[in-house]
Design a binder for this molecule. Structure first.
Ligand code: GLN
Ligand code: ZN
Length: 755
């Protein structure tokens, strides 16, 4: 008999119950007992769903009040010393580390591999010590057992947890391994005593490029853990682990999980001589995307594996279902055809149960469902090919020259300087200005039909006028319209592009109580009409100064959406690029002389293994260039990125060939600039002079020091002055105070420049 299971389930609740409860708890409006009660209810509900769908085990340990990696940190009592917490850690301690206290900043947050989920980074030092916290995880296991379930417990593997932690400088955190293993050892014994059959140990770092010392630790760790408790299912996901096949075959584990959605070919490296005493769990249902599974194709793969493995075949989703929304059946407004193509976490449980049934009882036992899935797929395929032939045609007809500006930067910048007549060290901002309550209310009223289009336009124009007046008063050189009309930098464009759809409840956890609802790219992307031109034109009409047009770039549009899986991402990026290119050209035709194309997600798209970087960077850079390259030399293209970590991709950033790049540097005290200088970044740069993520207004001296540092490494004629990101989350008073200091700083240094 084939076994079906999942690696994890979304924990936020189908109505985001956990989100609202957490936020009330943090405000002191919901007690800890009530919060625990809700946790129990959510777990019970999600286990019941797994059981009712027909899965063989319920997965316990995927629930977290904030983050599953942080749960492990609490389970190991691994609070950093600076918090001064005594073991055992309480829920209050857990939240304090997650959210910070008056005296201590929170643990850092990092993106979970290449997802949009963020984990809390454990903080280790040479004196870190670990103790099993019996108030954590074990009560949940007892809960599930008491409800009568067959339980598989899930836990981050010791090497993955260690790898994801930060360590004090100069300290090799691998030295903590044996101390950490003691805790696992104690935990495994407890789980065995409780009668737990299976422990799923997540080791997703195996799909990264790992140093030899870490790989060498695997046999040591698993020799230690084998036999200490339940049988071990080692779970890998998000990429191929084929390169480690010899290592994995020799580990004393009882089973291995492979992500066959991300890396279908890796199965070949395992199936041939997979040891008789181990099972393989094959992740064939996509845990990262919301499309329905191609059951027939999955079964073909599974049947082939079944011939080799027999009962040692398990079926699963590629990774935890944490990364997909909860339940498709809640959607009331989705186009029915589109809805028929989708499966959220709840529906994916049913898909797994169907696959299992087909394997155990033959395909005829699910022929009706197979037929329905095939017909939905056929419908999708047809719709895709007949949808917008002109879009496909345009992509196919793209030439090398479409990605090239007419002249090189050196020639362009001369024309741009002549056209724009800016002073040295020109000042600008990144795009958005404070989204006031009034602006939000106007948008909500318009959306719900309570305000007319004319009223809405009027309110937005007023917001734009105020933003322009304030920028003029501040003395900024290149102005922006302020993005009042944008709810979100991706959603705003998605709503106006063909090929995009929006769900009502398609929430996925981003971090803690925060969820995002990514738009869905389901079809060929096209732009029926201009999206930003009227606002930009209105804004430009209010001022003599250059008004910067503002767009979200193709790569960011792609990575912050759920993307169709029937076309390569690179191709979808080109469709987006062409739609945005038309917008860029229309802005230029409307008299906009500076256009910014934001690409904060370009780094997020980087593949997990460095060998795959060049191919990705190549198409990502090309998509950006195609977006930008349709304009005259005198039109200035800006781009913006939000972080300071791209030393390793600088050649690609330069290859984007934006005339000006604005980047975040203030928090790293301009450290990034050295990299730009060493690399000899050729075009203009605007290093962020102050951190907009905090309401604090930096002093004039701080800004001066930063700008002076920038001047040391970037020639004055190529240096811009700006904050490090958009200002939409700030209030006007701190914004005006900070910008006025920024402008004064630029003016003061300008006066000292050699004429
Ligand atoms: N133009 C956007 C803004 O100012 C950029 C935001 C971002 O890069 N995340 O809000
Ligand atoms: Zn930014």
């Amino acid at each position: 008999m084939t076994t079906a299971h999942i690696l994890g389930f979304p924990r936020i609740g189908s109505a985001r119950e956990l989100k609202s409860a957490l936020e009330r708890h943090w405000k002191g409006k919901l007690g800890e007992a009530e919060l625990h009660q809700l946790g129990r209810e959510l777990r019970a509900r999600h286990w019941a769903q797994q059981k009712a769908a027909g899965l063989d085990y319920v997965t316990v340990g995927d629930f977290a009040f904030y983050d599953h990696l942080h749960n492990a940190t609490a389970l190991f009592s691994a609070a950093p010393k600076r918090f001064g917490f005594d073991a055992p850690l309480t829920l209050t301690d857990y939240f304090a580390m997650a959210r910070g206290t008056a005296a201590q900043p929170a643990l850092a947050m990092k993106k979970w591999f290449d997802t949009n989920y963020h984990y809390l980074v454990p903080e280790l030092s040479r004196d870190s010590r670990f103790v099993l916290n019996r108030d954590w995880l074990l009560p949940e296991v007892r809960e599930a057992l008491a409800l009568g379930y067959k339980v598989k417990v899930v836990l981050p593997g010791p090497l993955t947890w260690l790898w994801l932690a930060s360590a004090e400088p100069g300290f090799d955190k691998l030295q903590l391994l044996s101390l950490l293993l003691n805790v696992y050892y104690a935990l495994l014994a407890e789980l065995r005593a409780l009668g737990v059959e299976w422990l799923q140990v997540d080791e997703p770092i195996l799909s990264l490029d790992l140093p030899q010392a870490w790989l060498a630790a695997y046999p040591v760790v698993y020799r230690e853990l084998a036999g200490a408790g339940p049988q071990l299912l080692l779970a890998t996901y998000f990429g191929s682990v084929a390169q480690h096949a010899p290592l994995l075959k020799k580990l004393p584990i009882a089973g291995l999980h492979l992500d066959l959605v991300r890396a279908p070919k890796q199965l070949d490296a395992f199936l041939g001589d997979w040891p008789q005493d181990k099972l393989l769990s094959l992740g064939v249902v996509d845990g990262r995307n919301l499309w329905r599974c191609n059951l027939a194709a999955a079964l073909e793969k599974l049947h082939a594996a079944q011939t080799v493995l027999g009962e040692r075949l398990w079926v699963s989703a590629s990774c935890s279902l944490l990364h997909v929304p909860h339940d498709l059946s809640l959607e009331q407004q989705l186009d029915p055809q589109l809805k028929r193509w989708m499966a959220f976490a709840t529906q994916k449980l049913d898909e797994l149960a169907l696959l299992k049934r087909a394997l155990n009882e033959g395909e005829h036992s699910i022929w009706r469902e197979l037929q329905e899935a095939a017909s939905a797929l056929e419908q999708r395929r047809k719709a895709a090919t007949t949808q917008r032939p002109q879009v496909r045609g345009r992509v196919a007809a793209l030439k090398e020259s479409d990605a090239l500006r007419a002249a090189s930067f050196d020639a362009r910048i001369v024309e741009q300087r002549a056209a724009l007549q800016l002073p040295p060290l020109p000042t600008t901002t990144i795009g958005s200005f404070p989204q006031t309550g009034e602006i939000r209310a106007a948008r909500a009223a318009f959306k719900s039909g309570k305000a007319s289009a004319a009223e809405y336009t009027q309110t937005m124009q007023t917001a734009i006028r105020i933003a322009v007046e304030r920028q003029e008063a501040l003395g900024l050189d290149v102005l922006v319209h302020g993005e009042a009309e944008r709810n979100d930098m991706v959603e705003y464009f998605g709503e106006q592009l063909d090929g995009y759809a929006f769900t009502q409840f398609g929430w996925v956890q981003s971090y803690g109580s925060r969820c995002v609802k990514p738009p869905v790219i389901y079809g060929d992307v096209a732009r029926p009409q201009p999206m930003t031109v009227a606002w930009a034109q209105y804004a430009q009409s209010l001022t003599q100064k250059p008004m910067k047009g503002m767009l979200t770039g193709p790569v960011t549009m792609l990575f912050w959406s759920f993307v169709r899986d029937d076309l390569p991402k690179s191709e979808v990026a080109l469709q987006l690029a062409l739609a945005l290119r038309d917008e860029v050209c229309d802005l230029e035709a409307a008299g906009i002389r500076v256009i910014q194309i934001d690409e904060p997600a370009i780094r997020e798209g980087l593949p997990l293994q460095q060998a795959d970087w060049p191919v990705y960077l190549d198409w990502a850079v090309r998509a950006f260039r195609i977006t930008a390259a349709g304009v005259r030399n005198a039109t200035q293209i800006h781009t913006h990125m939000c972080y300071s970590e791209f030393n390793d991709i600088l050649p690609s950033i330069a290859a984007m060939d934006a005339d000006v790049i604005t980047i975040e540097t203030s928090r790293s005290r301009m450290a990034l600039l050295d990299a730009f200088a060493d690399f000899k970044y050729p075009n203009d740069i605007g290093p962020g002079l102050y951190d907009i993520h905090s309401p604090r207004v930096p002093t004039a001296e701080e800004m001066q020091t930063l700008l002076q540092r920038a001047l040391d490494v970037v020639p004055a004629e190529r240096l811009w002055v700006n904050p490090d990101c958009g200002l939409k989350t700030r209030g006007w008073s701190e914004t005006e105070a900070a910008l006025s200091r920024m402008v004064a700083t630029a003016q003061a240094l300008r006066a000292q420049l050699p004429q």
